[in-house]
Write a protein that binds this ligand. Structure first.
Ligand code: NAP
Length: 279
């Protein structure tokens, strides 16, 4: 039976450490969170981020813009926040309403305030291994593995999913930790065979029940990034948790696994930004 990786407890520990480090700075780290429209899931995430800021002793500002906001209005707000010396991080909660150009919006955030690490400049730095921001979800996964003393070096890691937010940066980070990495996606012909080769299997797809026990090697570490709703409306991942837990050595639950760690790593990135800004 697998050891359950307790993302909630770990996230609390990370936030506690961040709070301690923030106390030593000359001013509070400051994060601006922009939310557009009234997507209920986005509202939950933004509330969570504000709560985390409070727990870490950060200053935060929320900008709740109506769904009809224009691209120009949104870019003007980002430009103002870019100029504000007191503001360390700017986060635009995704997804944005369809009439807005998400790519242009994310590029408008000054790279030194890009705490989500979505700006092409920061993505490029990550790719070539320079110090800087690390995208929160993949960063949280690596931190979890390290906290549980799970060896990454030389291990075969299979990442299922190749999005810019999770799959791709996750693969880069695992490579950085000296894993041998395979990236799978919707066009991978034999997903099960690829997954069975994994010492560390990271699922980031968004499909309930995608990863079954027969796709998992005995003793593998299984990380479930996904946040899906099943038919009963219950939060769940991509992994068939009960059956896979019988075979894996470590497993993350959903909820209570990667999600809380993602939030904690946003705090870590905001702290990093504040330090870079000389606070
Ligand atoms: P996404 O942009 O939709 O990407 C999904 C990826 O899965 C794509 O690369 C897609 O392949 C691949 N895929 C789809 N069907 C597949 C299949 N049958 N077999 C293999 N690969 C398949 O999603 P995302 O933004 O990366 O998010 C993935 C999941 O993680 C979602 O459930 C999301 O809610 C969750 N998430 C969680 C957190 C957290 O904090 N825990 C953070 C972010 C996202 P193609 O590229 O070929 O289309």
């Amino acid at each position: 039976m697998a050891t359950i990786i307790d993302g909630k407890a770990l996230a609390a520990k990370v936030k506690e450490e961040v709070a301690q480090k923030a106390l030593a700075l000359s001013a509070k780290p400051a994060l601006a969170v922009i939310i557009v429209g009234d997507n209920p899931a986005s509202r939950v995430y933004v509330n969570g981020k504000k709560k985390d800021c409070g727990e870490c002793g950060f200053y935060s500002e929320e900008y709740a813009l109506p769904a009809e906001v224009t691209q120009k209005q949104l870019l003007d707000l980002i430009a103002q926040l870019n100029e504000r010396e007191d503001m360390d991080g700017i986060l635009v909660q995704l997804p944005l309403p369809k009439h807005l150009d998400e790519r242009e919006v994310l590029r408008a955030i000054r790279p030194d305030k890009d705490v989500d690490c979505f700006h092409p400049y920061n993505v490029g730095k990550l790719m070539i291994g320079e110090n800087g921001f690390v995208p929160c979800t993949p960063y949280g996964v690596v931190r979890m593995l390290k906290e549980y003393n799970i060896d990454i070096r030389g291990k075969h890691c299979v990442v299922v999913g190749r999005s810019n937010i999770v799959g791709k940066p996750q693969a880069i980070l695992m490579l950085r930790e000296d894993a041998t990495v395979t990236i799978c996606h919707s066009r991978t012909p034999d997903l099960a065979a690829e997954c069975r080769r994994a010492d560390i299997l990271i699922a980031a797809v968004g499909r309930v029940g995608l990863i079954t026990a027969d796709m998992v090697k005995e003793g593998a570490v299984v990380i479930d990034v996904a946040m899906n709703r099943n038919e009963q409306g219950k939060l769940c991942g991509d992994v068939c948790y009960e059956e896979v837990a019988e075979k894996a050595s470590y497993i993350t639950p959903v909820p209570g696994g990667v999600g809380p760690m993602t939030r904690a790593m946003l705090m870590e990135n905001t702290l990093y930004a504040a330090i870079q800004h000389g606070k």
